[in-house]
Structure formats: structure tokens, C-alpha cells
Design a protein around this ligand. Structure first.
Ligand SMILES: [Fe+2]
Length: 290
């Protein structure tokens, strides 16, 4: 029987990969965003003692207008250029997909009444929410992944509809994993508060200019993190719509809601590996051991 062994909140600003200077990325940096990069270092150390087969990622930057799509091609290899930050992120990716698990998750979501589709185009460009989170969690890329898309339920309908859909998707994800023989780490790839400034310092990694966009956003981030640390999962889930409205957060895409539901809404006290800002947005690297 398969199982979910951990869940992660994994922010994906391309700045983090830029500042790491991996060989896959063309631009190079002097330094930058150490709080978050060292948070990811601690996460990688923590995951080193977990045995798992696949990373299952929910990404706000693979936006499908209707329903949930799942990557379902064995191997993707191409160049990913960030549309907003092409001077920071031009990353040569080469990744494997757990197609067997993707098909099981798609079938379970369809059975639960959701609109679904398998992405079988070999030339599909994998989104940077998948690539940045994937790189920061496991730079070796030696584990297969499955990415599922996010849809516009929150925008077209309301946050309540999104919460309902992610509840169904999360439960279906859990069922599919149970019925597989896979040990899985779930990843909600997104930041917390998402207001940001629009003038970039020169150089971009000038940390004397980096700070939270404003104090109100910081207070919201601290409230959400406090609930994660306390293991108050239902309260955390219920606060997601208000948090999203106040901070224009990427929780709008449903990643955190999906993951909490897939983990069975258990009151697990999360381990917060760290918090930091990127162009004013709030970001936390967080781990739940299931
Ligand atoms: Fe993003």
C-alpha cells in the first residue's frame, strides 16, 4: 500500500535558483536570499532520512482554465525562461515523470467528479513553479515527479468553490496514492503574502533593499505560520480565503488547500525551516511529517 510520507510548502521565486548558481542556470549571482536558501538546505537535510519514490507537485504557474491536468510524459528536457525575470532564470531542465502514478491520480480525480486531463504532449514546456521548487527540494533530479495544474475556480467562481474543489482533489490524490505502491512527498509550490515592489535593485541580489512589502502582510504571514506550527489544520484551512484576499497570495491557486486535504486534515505540527522575503513577498519553507 502506498502512502504520503510528508507534505511541503515550497516557495518558487526564481531568485533562489539564480542565487544558488547551479550549472543548469545561465545567469550567475554573487549571493542573495540566504534566509530562504538556507531554509531549503535544512529541508534537504531533513528529507535525507525519508525513503520516498515520487514528488507530487501542485503549481500555480501551470494554469489550466478548466479542471486539473497531470503531466504524463516519461521525460521532459528543455530550457525554461522566466517571463518576468529572464535575466535571472534561464534553466536547462531534464526531469522524469512518474506516469503510472499520474494516471492513477487523474483517474481518481475523474471518479470523484472533477474535470481532468493527462498532458501527453512531449514538447510541453514545464512551468517554473515546478522547476524551481523541484530544484530547491532535490537538485539531483533523481526522483520522478508528477505535477498537477491549478485552475481558475477561485477567480471564476469564488474561494469557496476553490476550497471545495481542492477538498475533492486532495481526497482523490490520497486515495490514488494509497492504491499505488508508492511513497510520496507532496509539494504545494507557492509563497505566502504576495504583494511585491516593482523596481528591481541593481544588482538584483542587493540584500540591503530586500524587505517585506508592508507590515500588514507580515502579520498575515506570521498568523498562518503560527497555525502551521501549532498543528491547527482546520483553522489554517478555514483562514485561506481571507488570507488570500488580504495578501493576493498564491494560495488562490489551491496548492495548500489541496495538500492539507490530501494529508487527511491531521493536526500535525509543521516544522518551519525558515521564512524570508523576495522582492517584498513573504515565503516560508515548511514540512509536515505525516
Ligand atoms: Fe509564483
Amino acid at each position: 500500500m502506498g502512502q504520503i510520507v510528508a507534505g511541503l510548502l515550497a516557495p518558487h521565486p526564481p531568485h533562489l535558483v539564480y542565487a544558488e548558481n547551479p550549472e543548469q542556470n545561465e545567469p550567475t549571482a554573487e549571493c542573495g536570499w540566504e534566509e530562504l536558501r538556507w531554509s531549503y538546505e535544512r529541508l534537504r537535510e531533513s528529507l535525507a532520512d525519508i525513503d520516498y519514490d515520487t514528488l507530487v507537485i501542485h503549481s500555480p504557474h501551470w494554469r489550466t482554465q478548466i479542471g486539473t491536468h497531470f503531466l504524463a510524459v516519461d521525460h521532459f528536457k528543455s530550457l525554461s525562461v522566466d517571463p518576468i525575470f529572464p535575466h535571472l532564470f534561464r534553466y536547462n531542465y531534464d526531469l522524469k515523470v512518474d506516469v503510472d502514478l499520474a494516471k492513477k491520480m487523474e483517474a481518481a480525480a475523474k471518479d470523484a467528479g472533477l474535470s481532468t486531463k493527462l498532458m501527453t504532449n512531449p514538447d510541453f514546456r514545464v512551468d517554473y513553479g515546478t522547476i524551481v521548487a523541484g530544484h530547491m527540494i532535490r537538485p539531483e533530479w533523481d526522483k520522478p515527479i508528477v505535477t498537477m495544474s491549478s485552475n481558475g475556480a477561485a477567480r471564476y467562481y469564488s474561494m469557496d468553490v476553490m476550497q471545495e474543489q481542492m477538498t475533492t482533489l486532495g481526497k482523490a490524490t490520497a486515495r490514488a496514492i494509497e492504491e499505488s505502491d508508492k511513497k510520496v512527498v507532496l509539494v504545494a509550490s507557492h509563497s505566502l503574502s504576495h504583494r511585491h515592489y516593482v523596481i528591481e535593485p541593481n544588482p538584483p541580489e542587493d540584500m540591503s533593499k530586500e524587505h517585506i512589502d508592508h507590515h500588514g502582510q507580515y502579520l498575515w504571514d506570521m498568523k498562518m505560520i503560527e497555525l502551521m506550527k501549532a498543528g491547527k489544520t482546520q483553522e489554517l484551512f478555514d483562514l485561506i480565503p481571507d488570507f488570500t484576499e488580504a495578501t493576493v497570495a498564491e494560495t488562490e491557486a489551491g496548492g495548500l488547500s489541496w495538500m492539507l486535504q490530501a494529508m487527511g486534515m491531521k493536526d500535525i505540527k509543521a516544522k518551519v525551516h525558515g521564512y524570508g522575503t523576495v522582492i517584498g513577498t513573504g515565503n516560508a519553507v515548511v514540512e509536515w511529517r505525516v
